[in-house]
Write a protein that binds this ligand. Structure first.
Ligand SMILES: *[C@@H]1O[C@H](CO)[C@@H](O)[C@H](O)[C@H]1NC(C)=O
Ligand SMILES: *[C@@H]1O[C@H](CO)[C@@H](O)[C@H](O)[C@H]1NC(C)=O
Ligand SMILES: *[C@@H]1O[C@H](CO)[C@@H](O)[C@H](O)[C@H]1NC(C)=O
Ligand SMILES: *[C@@H]1O[C@H](CO)[C@@H](O)[C@H](O)[C@H]1NC(C)=O
Ligand SMILES: *[C@@H]1O[C@H](CO)[C@@H](O)[C@H](O)[C@H]1NC(C)=O
Ligand SMILES: *[C@@H]1O[C@H](CO)[C@@H](O)[C@H](O)[C@H]1NC(C)=O
Ligand SMILES: *[C@@H]1O[C@H](CO)[C@@H](O)[C@H](O)[C@H]1NC(C)=O
Ligand SMILES: *[C@@H]1O[C@H](CO)[C@@H](O)[C@H](O)[C@H]1NC(C)=O
Length: 436
């Protein structure tokens, strides 16, 4: 490996890496002046398009939410202008399933691989909390080799066929930013994008649709273990992290949003579960506008998917609906020293409206004491009111994650070493419990 290290044309930046410098995988990465390491495909993308490509379509510099309180759609409008070959949510129902725990691991989905990384065998207090710590604990190289085995074996094309045979028509596929780019100190393994590409082919071969879902952003958008990094919320307020997120979304949109994928990719979700109640909602709104503009700027007419950020039903009716406000034509990067203006009205449909914007809600009945105490009638009423709220919203909406589980008994459902309410030993001073 050492000889490769010296021969590698992508050597620059390897010394910034805090782990094993002989790691073969490391040497397949290019890195920029900030030490951010790009996957080979993202590197190639940037070699072609330039590193600043993503910066063109960003935020208004003086942030005024009123600018975005746009006209609500009238009842006559449709959301699907000029998108004949883009999946139409108003005509089709999605019966989907998530392939969680594959390209982003979650301890509760695959406890075995997490147990195998315990510092002290059988002692859960020494089990890594999330994929970040899993790779940190094992070292990127060993992590790479173990995860590679997991990626190869855990989900295969035959599973896609099985999903189709069971009557589903869609798959939601979570993937973390680290599949595409890593911060200088990130211990993550990478190579997941090859499996994403396989998944798209497998979906296509088996008559399934596929949603790409960016499940983890740098610094973590929610502090959940399923974001890759638990107990951290350093996303929007760390420029490096926010910018890298936008580079990744731009790359995803540009790479997978094109017409050649319209038969299979039915949406690209900009971010899973940003934790609205703890983030600044204005920043989440801003992010959604940024990424909507990014998607359209690539020429993609595919569906822009965003999560409700744990806001109440109807909250998003005022955003990304109706016509693009002329005032919003003046955008700049949030780093105001690098202004870059765009004309947002060029991102509309023929009526001047935002289009193909899909709202993702998640619903669980297990993450809270109150809800766990409900009887079946109570649970059913919850689900009913959830569905009714969704029906009246202005965006086409769907429930992208849900579970019929009525207890939190699944091992590490609340996070590694946190116990469960079911067992009576749940502890988390914060009340944040892995998922809302
Ligand atoms: C909506 O449709 C109704 C009935 O076709 C029509 O009377 C009304 O003018 C339309 N509204 C708009 C804003 O186009
Ligand atoms: C509509 O879609 C077609 C085919 O994808 C494309 O050539 C055309 O430029 C689009 N028109 C507009 C107004 O976006
Ligand atoms: C960013 O904001 C979150 C709250 O949303 C806070 O917990 C975190 O400490 C902040 N990070 C920095 C670096 O300021
Ligand atoms: C956009 O904003 C910049 C900075 O505030 C300002 O200098 C420029 O005149 C604005 N352009 C338009 C078209 O409003
Ligand atoms: C803003 O951009 C300028 C020029 O690209 C750069 O020097 C500066 O460090 C950036 N500021 C932040 C907070 O990223
Ligand atoms: C923005 O684009 C639209 C449509 O191309 C055009 O009519 C409008 O004049 C542009 N506005 C600005 C400020 O350039
Ligand atoms: C379920 O709980 C509600 C109170 O939340 C109670 O009114 C109702 O009688 C209960 N139903 C059953 C079947 O126990
Ligand atoms: C919680 O209790 C269950 C059942 O006794 C036990 O298996 C588990 O290890 C406990 N978890 C913690 C974090 O103590």
């Amino acid at each position: 490996m050492l000889s490769f290290l010296f021969l590698s044309p992508l050597l620059f930046g390897v010394t910034a890496y805090s782990g094993d410098e002989n790691d073969y995988y490391e040497n397949h990465y290019g890195s920029d002046e900030n030490g951010i390491r790009y996957s080979p495909s993202m590197q190639a993308f940037y070699d072609e398009h330039g590193h600043d490509a993503h910066l063109k379509y960003l935020t208004p510099n003086s942030f005024d939410l009123d600018v975005y309180r746009l006209t609500k759609r009238d009842g006559n409008s449709t959301d699907d202008k000029n998108s004949s070959n883009v999946f139409d949510y108003s005509e089709n129902i999605v019966h989907g399933v998530n392939i969680g725990g594959w390209l982003v691991t979650e301890p509760y989905i695959t406890p075995s691989i997490y147990w195998a990384a315990a510092e002290t065998e059988g002692d859960q207090s020494t089990v890594p909390l999330d994929e970040y710590h899993y790779c940190e604990e094992l070292g990127t190289e060993e992590c790479q080799s173990r995860l590679q085995e997991h990626w190869d074996g855990w989900i295969q094309e035959k599973d896609f066929k099985q999903i189709k045979d069971w009557g589903f028509n869609a798959i939601r596929l979570p993937i973390g930013y680290w599949a595409f780019a890593r911060l200088p100190d990130d211990p993550y393994a990478s190579g997941q994008e090859e499996y994403l590409k396989n998944a798209i082919e497998w979906a296509r071969n088996n008559g399934l649709y596929l949603w790409i879902d960016l499940h983890g952003a740098p610094g973590s958008q929610n502090g959940f273990d399923n974001s890759g990094l638990r107990d951290s919320l350093n996303w929007f307020n760390v420029t490096e992290n926010y910018d890298l997120t936008l580079k990744v979304t731009y790359y995803l949109y540009n790479t997978y949003g094109g017409e050649e994928y319209n038969d299979v990719v039915i949406g690209i979700q900009n971010l899973n579960e940003p934790l609205g109640p703890k983030l600044k909602m204005s920043e989440v709104v801003r992010f959604n506008y940024n990424t909507y503009s990014q998607l359209r700027s690539t020429g993609s007419e595919n569906n822009f998917v965003f999560h409700d950020a744990f806001q109440s039903m109807g909250y998003w009716d005022d955003y990304l609906t109706g016509s693009v406000d002329p005032k919003s034509t003046n955008y700049t990067h949030h780093n105001s020293s690098t202004p870059d203006y765009i004309n947002a009205t060029s991102f509309t449909d023929d009526d001047g409206d935002y289009y193909n914007t899909i709202l993702d809600h998640h619903h669980y009945e297990v993450f809270g004491t109150g809800v766990l105490k409900l009887n079946i009638t109570g649970h059913l009423l919850n689900v009913k009111s959830f569905a009714e709220g969704m029906k009246d919203e202005k965006h086409p909406a769907l429930c992208g994650e849900w579970s019929a589980a009525l207890t939190d008994c699944a091992w590490w459902l609340n996070g590694v070493n946190r116990g469960s309410r079911y067992a009576g030993n749940y502890s988390n001073p914060d009340g944040a419990i892995g998922k809302y």
